[in-house]
Write a protein that binds this ligand. Structure first.
Ligand code: PLP
Length: 359
């Protein structure tokens, strides 16, 4: 049995996988699989609507938000956001905190004018750019940031007040990992495959009044307005991914909701950061302490030989997904909602023991 520390797709709750397995052949006694049912059928529509409703409840969204369930991954949102909102003559503000926000910014530059409001580049994206004094021009189309940089392992704990300028966030790798002050955001998007399900569906939460700004001329499949008008059933949605997301959301509710997820995630991350910080320099965290992520713990060993030895041993012992992203190297432990505390404890003990043997 593997200890799954994959960055994405990440671990899913084992109870959810079991439930899906049991239902796969015969969904709710209907005699057919959810995989082979029409997206216009009553059973699927119930799942679709329940998933949207659970997202609203868990994030405590007010009634003027729409929840869209879209294909294309978060990467499609990198272009959909500016296509919908970076209208002619406007400028969009981007916070550049690392790989993912950088990609979002790059896509926006293909559509219109952009302005970098803050950048972590000078500190090699190991520390989050400060959001306190962004100096946001009032005429900006929106401000875009990334709440958790999955590769660098840095995560915002609080978010700025952007006044009349709508705040947009890519929350792909920390959505549903903690409560957020949703009313600060006009748009939130997240690929499901880290905290809330398999790849294939992207959650987009949009403040409804914003939809009025979207030009009619953009292609239907790229228009948030078109998707909202059709309750995300404009075309065939990623049915199975939505079904899985719904099961995971119900699991989150049954576990105690987002406050409980946050408490558990804090404990899991603390356990691993503690091993790093008490190793006397054997292990070193890659992110600055004030910017550390609760989701993706990035660390390394100063000797590449010993680091490689560790990676080999981890794999032999059944620890999955600990090799750092190819752009960052070293190691990364992703401790999303579904990763049990016990798995983090086993990893922490293994790391401490490895140090004893190799330090
Ligand atoms: N944004 C963040 C923060 C991510 O971590 C990822 C993927 O890891 C993406 C965007 C891209 O997501 P997708 O592969 O769903 O396009």
């Amino acid at each position: 049995y593997a200890y799954n520390f994959n960055a994405g797709p990440g671990a899913l709750p084992s109870e959810v996988l079991q439930e899906a397995q049991e239902e796969l052949h015969n969904f709710q006694g209907i005699g057919a699989s959810i995989l082979e049912m029409s997206h216009r059928s009553k059973p699927y529509e119930a799942i679709h609507n329940e998933a949207q409703q659970l997202i609203k409840e868990l994030l405590e969204l007010s009634s003027d938000y729409d929840v869209l369930l879209l294909p294309g991954g978060a990467s499609a949102q990198f272009c959909m956001v500016p296509i919908n909102f970076l209208t002619k003559g406007k400028t969009a503000g981007y916070v550049n905190s690392g790989t993912w926000s950088g990609k979002a910014w790059k896509e926006a530059q293909k559509i219109g004018k952009t302005l970098v409001l803050a950048s972590g580049e000078k500190e090699y994206f190991k520390r989050l750019p400060d959001l306190n004094n962004l100096g946001i021009p009032r005429e900006l189309a929106y401000v875009h940031l990334t709440s958790n940089e999955t590769i660098g392992g840095i995560q915002y704990k609080s978010f700025p007040d952007t006044g009349d300028v709508p705040l947009f966030a890519d929350m792909s790798s920390d959505i549903m990992s903690r409560p957020i002050e949703a009313s600060k955001f006009a748009l939130i998007y997240a690929g499901a495959q880290k905290n809330i399900g398999p790849a294939g569906v992207t959650i987009v939460i949009v403040h409804r009044p914003l939809l009025e700004r979207i030009p009619e001329a953009i292609p239907d499949m790229l228009s948030y307005n078109v998707h909202a008008k059709h309750n995300s059933l404009f075309n065939t949605p990623p049915v199975f991914s939505v079904y899985m997301v719904n099961l995971v959301l119900k699991w989150i509710v049954n576990q105690g909701g987002l406050p409980e997820m946050a408490a558990r995630n804090r404990q899991k991350a603390d356990l691993l950061y503690h091993v790093i910080d008490t190793s006397g320099g054997f292990y070193r965290g890659l992110a600055h302490k004030d910017s550390r992520s609760m989701m993706n713990i990035t660390f390394g060993i100063s000797s590449p030989e010993i680091e490689n030895k560790l990676l080999v041993e981890l794999e032999q012992e059944g620890f999955m997904g600990l090799k750092g992203h190819r752009d960052a190297g070293h190691l990364r432990a992703s401790v999303y909602n579904a990763v049990p505390y016990e798995h983090c404890k086993t990893l922490a003990e293994f790391l401490a023991d490895f140090q004893k043997r190799n330090g």
